[in-house]
Ligand binder design. Structure first.
Ligand code: FES
Length: 604
């Protein structure tokens, strides 16, 4: 059944979608569209004055004919390709197919390169630069004559960065996910990016893998371009963004090297032109209901703890409030259903063959807001209608969870008054309730220097604590939270310990790691007061994490605390230290939160 949906946008404009053709599901079936003169690109290109003359002249400098750009929506392809982002190695080719789709629908494509943020190469951490990509996306779209944009990314921070900026700019956008890399196998077993790197590293440190094999493994696990093929942060974020309505149905699960992926990208190009004519901006469809769908999908996916930070930041850009407690509540209701590493034992290619996101969303449809509108101009319920679960071992039903623990538990206590998170589904259940003696590292450098010392005072019940890994302290909140297991314990067969930090943890990793302790140590959070030898008690069921010292001792340590010296005073890092919010607030810049309108630039 075609739908007609009246919507109210941020600018207060009322628009009404034309019916959608069943034959070409992403193309409007009638000619009811906004006027050409209302497109923002027309301010640059349509006037008979010297400025507009110069804009047209400069486009013709590229060898274009006037007919190729005049009277057409100008569509940006915001491309996060780079030679040092192997996950995005194919995005230049995909930009070409997006262009085809834009041309097919009568638009004028322009490619705008943006900060690439390859997760593994960028130091000290891509998280430091997520907000920079968000700023860049907003300003790229604001300062150029574009009417809509395809956001092309997928590696961890590119998805939230692109989306945060685009939501703030609030012109029609569609997210085009890079797609996961292909599965790999080693000695007959599925091996995936990130998860198995960590597993094999532990065996190497323990002496169970020798150097020749270790070198051979370097060419394994990352078999093709595309994002990590486990349910790490990349697939978590692209899948959540699909559930929130920003992608074409099923887009996030398609492997990067599949011909379906090429077709999906050209369909994105075609659809965005229609979205521009419909004036379908994020503020027209991204709502608290969309957010709830994203959160519920996050839990069913067994997604990365990083998503808890990114979702709060994305919501904030739309003026939507979101707390850690709301996510905890969803985690209590929805078990992990996607049988993917690190919670399960399959990979993203298996998830695609099982039906991908539409099939997973079908399994939790009773928990979804099916009327939430999406970039297709249809509701989420319409987008997933008819989707089938083709492999019930990969995508489980609500009564057949993958793991005993939830995807997320939000902890509170005297160490983390504003919250901390753990991923029980990727932790050893023996640590769900645990009491142990703290071994504290004041910095990551100290931890790396000491963790494998043969005389380290540690046993399997020790709680490893790392300070100064937070947004301000590190700075940038790197993924240091999965502290290595000390070599002497690895050699005894220990593979998990309780670890606590104000840093983050890779979504591909597993282990009993409490991360995102807030407020962080560097700004005087109570984590700063923990000392080696203190007893720490974790109870996931009770959602509590506490330091067992007296109130008087707490006060004495508080009085003696001094803020650490800043390690970096220049450029963007300085801006970050001075304006990034804490983990429970999404780490966005305080001056970019909220949905105040982004002003159009004057043209003269
Ligand atoms: Fe790019 Fe994992 S390193 S998605």
């Amino acid at each position: 059944m075609p739908v007609n949906i009246a919507i109210a946008c941020k600018a207060g404009i009322k628009s009404s979608f034309p019916p959608v053709s069943p034959d070409r599901p992403f193309v409007s079936a009638n000619s009811s569209r906004r006027a050409l003169e209302s497109l923002r690109s027309q301010r640059w290109l349509a006037k008979d004055d010297m400025r507009s003359f110069a804009h047209r002249q400069r486009l013709q400098q590229r060898g274009l004919r006037r007919e190729e750009f005049l009277g057409r929506p100008v569509i940006a392809i915001v491309n996060t390709w780079s030679d040092l982002s192997p996950c995005h190695a194919h995005l230049r080719e995909r930009a070409t197919s997006i262009r085809q789709g834009i041309l097919l629908a009568g638009g004028f494509p322009v490619e705008l390169p943006a900060l690439s943020l390859g997760e593994v190469m960028v130091k000290p951490t891509t998280m430091l630069y997520r907000n920079l990509l968000a700023m860049e996306t907003e300003e790229l779209l604001r300062s150029h004559p574009v009417d809509g944009a395809v956001l092309l990314g997928g590696c961890d921070k590119t998805t939230p960065g692109l989306l945060m900026g685009a939501i703030s700019m609030d012109i029609p956008v569609i997210f085009c996910p890079a797609g996961p890399m292909l599965n790999d196998r080693y000695k007959g077993k599925s091996v995936g990016a990130g998860t198995h790197t960590k597993k094999f590293w532990d065996e190497y440190v323990a002496g169970n893998i020798k150097q020749p094999e270790w070198i051979k493994l370097e060419a394994k696990m990352t078999r093709s371009p595309g994002t990590c093929n486990t349910m790490g942060t990349a697939s978590t974020m692209t899948s959540i963004v699909e559930a929130m309505g920003f992608t074409l149905p099923g887009a996030s699960s398609i492997p990067a090297m599949d011909a379906n992926h090429v077709r999906m990208t050209s369909a994105c190009g075609e659809r965005i032109v229609e979205m521009v004519w419909e004036d379908l901006k994020p503020s027209c469809f991204f709502s608290k209901d969309s957010l709830a769908n994203g959160i519920n999908a996050y839990m069913a996916l067994g997604g990365s703890t990083n998503a808890a930070i990114h979702l709060i930041a994305i919501a904030g850009r739309a003026g939507l409030s979101l707390t850690l407690d709301e996510m905890d509540q969803a985690a209590r209701q929805i078990p992990v259903l996607a049988n993917l590493f690190p919670s399960g034992d399959k990979l993203m290619e298996d998830f695609f063959y099982a039906g991908g996101m539409p099939a997973l969303l079908q399994e939790i449809r009773s928990q979804l807001k099916l009327d939430a509108l999406t970039v297709t101009g249809k509701t989420l319920g319409e987008n997933i209608a008819g989707a089938e679960n083709l492999d019930p071992d990969v995508i489980r039903s609500l009564d057949r969870a993958v793991a005993p623990g939830a995807a997320l538990a939000v902890l509170r206590g005297n160490i983390c008054p504003e919250g901390a998170v753990i991923k029980p589904s990727a932790a050893n259940p023996k640590f769900f309730r645990h009491r142990g003696r703290a071994l504290v590292f004041e910095s990551n450098a100290q931890m790396l220097a000491e963790i494998h010392l043969p005389d380290l005072a540690v046993d399997e019940n020790t709680v490893l604590v790392l300070k100064h890994g937070g947004p301000v302290g590190a700075p940038g909140m790197p993924e240091w939270g999965n502290l290595p297991i000390p070599k002497k314990l690895l050699q005894q067969g220990v593979r998990d310990m309780l670890r606590i930090s104000d840093a983050r943890m890779s979504g591909t990793h597993f282990g009993s790691c409490v991360v995102h302790v807030s407020p962080e140590a560097a700004v005087g959070g109570p984590l700063a007061l923990v000392q080696t030898g203190d007893m720490i008690a974790l109870d996931i069921e009770a959602r509590s994490l506490n330091l067992e010292i007296s109130v008087d001792e707490f006060a004495r340590r508080r009085a003696a605390w001094k803020p650490p010296a800043r390690v970096y005073e220049r450029g963007f890092t300085r801006l970050y230290i001075e304006h990034a919010t804490q983990a429970h607030q999404g780490c966005d810049f305080d001056f970019l939160m909220g949905n105040a309108a982004t002003p159009e630039p004057p043209i003269y």
